[in-house]
Design a protein around this ligand. Sequence first.
Ligand code: B12
Ligand code: SF4
Length: 456
Amino acid sequence: MRKNILLINPWIYDFAAYDFWLKPLGLLYIGSVLRANNHRISYIDCLDPYSSIMQQKSGQVPKRHIYGHGRFFRQVIDKPDCLKVLPRSYYRYGIDTEVFRVELGRYPETDIVLISSMMTYWYPGVFEAIKIIKEMMPGVPVVLGGKYASLCYDHAVTNSGADYVICGRGEKKILEIFQNLFDEDIIFEPDGENLDALPYPAFDLLHKIDQVPLITSLGCPYRCSYCSSHILQKNFVRRDPIKVVDEIEHWRKNFGVIDFSFYDDALLVSSKKMIIPLLQEVKRRKLVCRFHCPNGLHLREIDSQLSEVLYDSGFKTIRFGFETADFQLQKETGGKVKNEELRQAVIHLKKAGYKTDDIGVYLLCGIPGQKTADVMQSIDFVLKCGAKPVLAEYSPIPGTGMWTEALTASPFDIQHEPLYHNNSLLSCRNDDFSYEVYSKIKAMLKTLPKNKKVMT
Ligand code: B12
Ligand code: SF4
């Protein structure tokens, strides 16, 4: 029998959050799989910047950019005790709890609630939503999945209040739960290794589709020690680039979507097999769209052909994962890039038309044992290459290669309290690379004239 399923994208509780093309892609994939199994799907987005009730109530509209990114609603809330060390305000991002209750009240027939989770340190927003759901919908089972649930499974099982916690990809596991709970036959079962066999994510449930995130692949062929990609997805699986363009065309033609963001971990790897044919096909079909990459891209892949195709296809601002200019550290953390590769990549990108400010290069700061000199030398190297350094604060993630080192290095109890994984906290700071030093470097980067060297 058809079930009424309510999907929930929970709040973010944090010091700062900005909607950098952030959508609950995994949850909406699960929704589409359940819809393909003939169930009725509804959706509440706690982060919805277009909520009309919230706009009426607050008299405000969060500032949005035409490219599909922008601000959320937000309310100042009490900081959890353990985060009081950071003298910054703490917010609930999204609609307020009363509006959430009004939204929940619209779905009295709900048979089961599915809630997602993102950053490990955003769990308080998930818990708050579950608490309210349990209060307003007693007896309705709640299933929790997503990244926090996968990376901090035991913490989620013990503390979240959910009836079921799912670790890892959810398309098949949710069907098993449905079989057990409701004795449901499976009508459509996705093939986990074939991403093209999945129905398109249920973005039609959103009040407004300001942009659509895409995945051309899951996983990554590299194994960087600070990254959890291989925990979340063991092998690197890719789609057929032409099928990705079919999806782009679907959203473009049927929903008028212009902006698309790629959520891949390794979008540019083997570019001739994916991104180049994909973008060429977009051009051949004359699809007018803009592409965005909130994630760091692989510098190693950049050559003259790829630079030209990217520039020509409307990738106007690009960000690369470089992390450090220190050769030893590059090697120890996984060897995804070398200094010479950055130098060469910037030359190709500039020939294609990119300016210094368009080429953002992420530098990981605050990893265990890191010294200020390493961060400064890395900034200097990026500037010398003619690109823009962008600091990315390290967030320790359970199960990663660097986790044991992080446990030893951190002055905080990162093992038992995921709130300490918050990148704003710089939880593996040390006497040399302290929070004060980091703040000064960050401020300095904001005022730095283009192409200026900071140290030799
Ligand atoms: C895209 C992305 C971003 C985007 C958008 C965020 C988002 N939508 O999550 C942006 C660029 C904003 C971002 C930023 C950051 N990110 Co990020 N990001 C990702 C990325 C690459 C993909 C997430 C994604 O959507 N995947 C695709 C979908 C299909 O998968 P999924 O959501 O996991 O869903 C599946 C399952 O989880 C499950 N599932 C999901 N929901 C539900 C619900 C139910 C009920 C069920 C049953 C199952 C289920 O089923 C789904 C389908 O199989 C992940 C890495 C990764 N490989 O996952 C990192 C990741 C989440 N990010 C990470 C980090 C470190 C960051 C930054 C801190 C980086 C930095 N230093 O600046 C910032 C933080 C920003 C902030 N304000 O705090 C870490 C997590 C850190 C943590 N402690 O939690 C990850 C895991 C990468 C890593 N380094 O290992 N990120
Ligand atoms: S290359 Fe990027 S996505 Fe792949 S393991 Fe390293 S940091 Fe993670």
